[in-house]
Design a protein around this ligand. Structure first.
Ligand code: FHN
Length: 598
């Protein structure tokens, strides 16, 4: 699929839009070879760690409007309040971030061990942080006037960092963008989306031409119906035509499976998948991907968001992401004055101290060979295994399960004696003798060099847990096929969560189900204030409806009887979705069980 997707992108860049009969007027459609693609992606795969920056007019209200708190992330305040365009525009006259210092921001990223910076040139509110020749809804029309993109680009080059531009397709300001928000008074009369696409292309051309070669284009806001696969393929072609080495994310096109970030099967433009606020349970095998996350709960600055993830969590997420072969794009949301919040700077500095010692376990590594490790994660580079140990063994024995190789050497990164540590074989496992105390509480890295290419017995991802056991059909959250926006598997709850969109669904297929009548039970949780949504369980050909009950909070799971069904023998399809009344979220769902009726 990846090679075909590359062919799509390459053909778009170098020839007509793939699958569209060669439009675009560029005759020489040449497919980028895997070697050329690998060369283009090389620095990005090496980097593994970058800084995301969400900054714009929304930093001024910082989550409040008309004296009231507005829910949601800071950069969505225009829609969440909501704020009519005419009432949002005066923010332009107040944007004067006199404390903005591009070098300070870029150095904070560099000292954290990050290798690239991706900053919002334009978010959904349409406001350009650069001096645009095609709009006065831009930085030049503010008291600040300075060209933020230019200063960031120069600082990145000064400090050896790669440059990424985030650019939103969705635009809540431009009169030609459609659809309008439901709450808008602004008429859609005369709006011409084709004209908007020309405007979008013109601004993308500006940010690609005005600042020298840009390394990453990070599109977003691609999910609305007006943006199409054809438009995405054409925009990607246009960008690669301006800079053949630019790397483009999958949100330029329509291939993103929402927050899960991975491409739906098919032929989509874009070089990497973009899971958001999570690390996919099994990574995204066979494709490049990057998990983007906030450090607290918001992308754009909110003055009231103090829910900061600990540095331990951030370091372990970096380890988790790299151990599955992905990049980690960690966000900061600067204030309206131009300062990165102190809490962010503290965490970045602490991550940097960890990376100073352990960076080799992250940079240029690929996914480790193990399916699951009880004590931590693992990355690999040639014959070196970087065992990133979160739970340090109290007995001084680190057991590496299923490692078939003999061990050439064992070092512990940052360990003061710099000595080698003994390893002995124990059946299929290798036990490494380690000191009583870890080097770093968040993650201590044991670098184990094998004799020959590492191979392990449990290199398969965990087998699906769903199936028929003793006549009972168990459907486990982790095996569900998810569809629709936001819904995702939450490791820490071993359940499906973020079921915040009424179009989302979870589905299972189970073979060899005996014919019979079954009682259907769901193990679910639902916060009291959100209870009452209507769910439909489609089991085989029957539909069971459930009004989702309150269970206390999102982590309070209990078994709820859904109903009774009769099914024929064979493969059974089960699907759970919202149907009818819908509150903020449908439920958190851990499992569905069908037990033979007594
Ligand atoms: O709606 C945006 C959101 O504001 C933020 O920019 C994130 C970052 O990946 N992207 C969209 C939500 O998926």
């Amino acid at each position: 699929m990846l090679r075909r997707a590359l062919a799509v992108l390459a053909a778009v860049v170098l020839g007509g839009c793939a699958g569209s009969g060669g439009g675009g007027g560029v005759p020489d459609a040449r497919v980028e070879t895997p070697e050329e693609h690998a060369a283009r992606m090389a620095w990005w795969r090496e980097a593994r760690f970058g800084m995301f920056i969400h900054w714009g007019l929304y930093a001024i209200p910082a989550g409040q409007w008309d004296g009231k708190k507005v829910g949601g992330t800071g950069e969505w305040i225009q829609t969440n309040a909501p704020i009519q365009v005419a009432d949002y525009e005066p923010l332009r006259d107040r944007f004067n971030p006199v404390l903005f210092d591009a070098d300070a921001w870029v150095l904070a990223a560099k000292r954290a061990g990050m290798k690239y910076v991706v900053i919002t040139t334009k978010h959904h509110d349409g406001f350009a942080l650069f001096d645009s020749k095609v709009s006065d809804w831009d930085i030049a029309s503010t008291p600040f006037k300075r060209d933020i993109m230019g200063e960031i680009a120069e600082a990145c080059r000064r400090h050896g960092m790669r440059i990424g531009w985030y650019h939103s397709i969705m635009d809540w300001h431009h009169p030609d963008y459609l659809p309008r928000r439901k709450w808008e008074v602004r008429s859609a009369e005369g709006a011409d989306f084709e004209r908007f696409c020309e405007y979008l292309k013109a601004q993308v051309s500006e940010i690609m031409r005005a600042y020298g070669p840009i390394d990453v284009l990070w599109f977003d806001g691609e999910w609305e119906g007006t943006w199409t696969h054809e438009r995405g393929v054409e925009l990607a072609r246009h960008c690669r035509g301006l800079n053949p080495s630019v790397i483009i994310n999958n949100r330029v096109d329509k291939g993103r499976n929402d927050m899960a970030g991975l491409d739906k099967p098919g032929e989509w433009a874009g070089d990497f998948g973009t899971p958001e606020q999570e690390v996919p349970a099994r990574g995204l095998p066979g494709m490049d991907w990057e998990s983007c996350m906030t450090m607290n709960d918001t992308w754009g600055y909110r003055s009231d968001d103090h829910n900061w993830k600990s540095t331990t969590t951030l370091i372990r997420t970096l380890c988790e992401t790299a151990s599955k072969g992905g990049n980690f794009l960690l966000n900061v949301g600067p204030t309206a004055d131009g300062l990165v919040p102190e809490a962010s700077l503290e965490r970045l500095a602490e991550m940097g101290r960890w990376m100073d010692v352990n960076g080799q376990a992250i940079y240029g590594t690929r996914a480790g060979p193990f399916g699951k490790l009880p004590w931590g994660r693992c990355t690999q580079k040639g014959d070196d295994l970087y065992l990133m140990v979160f739970d340090w063994p109290a007995d001084g024995r680190l057991v590496v399960p299923g490692l078939l190789n003999d061990v050439k050497s064992v070092q512990i990164l940052g360990e003061r004696t710099k000595r080698l540590w003994p390893a002995q074989r124990e059946g299929e496992d290798v036990a490494v003798t380690v000191p009583a105390q870890p080097v770093h509480a968040a993650a201590t890295v044991v670098k184990l060099t094998t004799v020959g290419k590492p191979s392990v017995v449990n290199d398969e991802p965990p087998a699906p847990k769903s199936g028929v056991k003793a006549g009972v059909v168990e459907l486990i959250a982790t095996d569900a096929v998810l569809d629709g926006p936001n819904i995702r598997y939450e490791e820490k709850r071993a359940a499906l969560g973020y079921w915040t969109d009424a179009t989302a669904s979870a589905a299972w297929k189970v073979a060899d189900v005996p014919a019979g009548t079954y009682d259907v039970v769901a193990e679910l949780a639902c916060k009291d204030s959100t209870a009452g949504s209507e769910a439909v369980f489609t089991v085989g050909g029957e539909e069971l409806r459930l009004t989702v009950p309150a269970t206390g909070d999102w982590g309070d799971f209990r078994e709820v009887r859904v109903g009774k069904v009769t099914v024929p023998a064979g493969t059974l399809s089960v699907r759970v979705a919202a149907s009818g009344a819908f509150k903020e979220a449908l439920m958190n769902l851990r499992r569905v069980r069908l037990s033979p009726s007594k």
